[in-house]
Design a protein around this ligand. Sequence first.
Ligand code: JB3
Length: 219
Amino acid sequence: MKNKPFVMIGGGGHAAALAEILIKQKKRIVGVVSPELTAGNILFENIELFLNDDDILKFRPEDILLVNGIGSMPYKSLREDVYNRFKKLGYVFATVIADSALVSDYSTLECGVQIMNNCVVNLGCKVDENTIINTSTSIDHDCTIGAHCHLAPGTTLSGQVVIERNVHVATGVNVINNIIIGHNTIVGVGTNVTKSIPSNSIVYGERSVIKGLGITHDC
Ligand code: JB3
């Protein structure tokens, strides 16, 4: 696994941010797979561009590591769909940890987890597959983050927070300790979360209306 070359899926801002982290670590990126390059051209200009995801099949699963450079935004399943398709075909997604991130040796990161620049992941944390812990996010001790989540830049989790799968936590959200955020939930930008949130909720701002429950209260 150690010296296998990487193939980047996606050619936008998230892919470019990941590519810079990998290039700094002297990792070899032998291909970028994207219908077009929409960011990071300076990084990708000397890397072979493949226009179609099927082009990944030209590489044997055992010869490369994939990097899911498709970002994760609410209501978009492309990132997860691509991950599941190629995982089923036997490809392995690299776990990427920026050099500038502080990740406890006593934390567990599953395949395809991406810890971006200046993050902190404290001891006892578990992050499940294909989740993005984006720039300057801090996760304190004993947090559990489900698969296919996106903790956008500047998220802060206190201790023992549980975030179930497919949750989008937008930029600058703060979550106090011992909170549970149910699956398929969106927490909007800057929300201060002081109460647990049911699955399939949309929560935003200081005062939030949890969709479908008709409850308005500070979250
Ligand atoms: O919030 C932050 C810090 N980053 C966001 C990130 C998490 O998600 C970022 O601001 C964006 O909202 C998003 O990043 P992403 O996915 O890089 O967005 P965009 O710049 O739109 O790039 C999407 C890339 O995926 C483009 O290069 C598309 O051409 C490419 N793409 C679209 N469909 C695809 C496909 N690539 C492949 N391999 N397969 C596809 O089906």
